[in-house]
Design a protein around this ligand. Structure first.
Ligand code: GLN
Length: 250
């Protein structure tokens, strides 16, 4: 494949906790092992985004105060471009704080942080305890080879409710998920995916990384892409260990 996979890291210096950088590194490694080039462009506070120039947009986790810092600019400066990119099939992945900002809003007491409305959901910061711990969900993404398990770690005060136009990413097997009650975790809508799983998401779920790379390259080339398999013995061990931790609720 002659052209590189082009990543846009949104607010990498602000929205970046719990190994978000590791998620990008994992994508880079899995491309490199297959001879696929890889570029990362950072789009920070005030930076405009070219919707045609990137195949995958990544928005990582952040504390409430970090979300306040970047949410207004995300809406005013980048919202339109991110909608245009999603409309042409580019991938957007939001993790935890980033996931919340893909929705309509995040209510924090009397204040409300706006989101970019790429998916139909709202988040409310509850008075109750933070939802913390190892988590496993079952997902069945079209084109990803049937039902699979995603394993990771969650730590959020926000409770996310999906609207009628949103589909959950998966069903909670262990852990809290979107709100600790619905039994759902994350969101997906076309090539937009949001999840509370981090800690880190992609190194523990290499199959999802490959699926995202395939989707992102497909949007670039205008047709389906199928990656060569890799020797995933370390990645499988990491996945099994994360899944075991969730099942044993450690
Ligand atoms: N600040 C958000 C919450 O507490 C997201 C946290 C995170 O990204 N870990 O709900």
């Amino acid at each position: 494949m002659p052209d590189p996979l082009r990543i846009c890291a949104l607010y990498p210096d602000v929205m970046n906790i719990y190994a978000d950088r590791g998620n990008l590194l994992l994508l880079e490694r899995r491309c490199a092992w297959r001879g696929i080039g890889f570029t990362v462009t950072a789009a920070g506070l005030g930076d405009a985004v070219d919707p045609e120039a990137h195949d995958l947009f990544y928005l990582g986790g952040g504390q409430d105060r970090d979300q306040v810092l970047c949410a207004r600019g995300l809406v005013d400066v980048k919202r339109e471009a991110l909608h245009a990119a999603a409309a042409r099939g580019a991938v957007s992945l939001g993790v935890c704080g980033g996931y919340q900002l893909l929705g309509h809003s995040y209510a924090l007491g009397d204040a409300s942080i706006p989101g970019i409305g790429l998916v139909d959901l709202e988040t409310v910061r509850a008075d109750g305890p933070r939802l913390i711990g190892n988590v496993a969900i079952e997902v069945d993404l079209p084109g990803a080879g049937g039902a699979r398990v995603l394993a990771g770690f969650e730590n959020h005060g926000g409770r996310t409710r999906l609207g009628p136009d949103a589909e959950p990413l998966g069903r909670v097997l262990r852990g809290h998920g979107n709100d600790g009650r619905s039994g759902f975790e994350g969101v997906r809508s076309g090539t937009v995916i949001g999840t509370y799983l981090h800690g880190p998401l992609l190194p523990k779920n290499a199959w999802l990384a490959d699926h995202l790379i395939e989707l992102a390259l497909a949007s670039r080339y205008g047709g389906p892409v199928s990656l060569d398999p890799l020797d995933d013995s370390f990645e499988s061990a990491a996945h099994l260990s994360a899944e075991k931790a969730a099942r044993e609720n450690r």
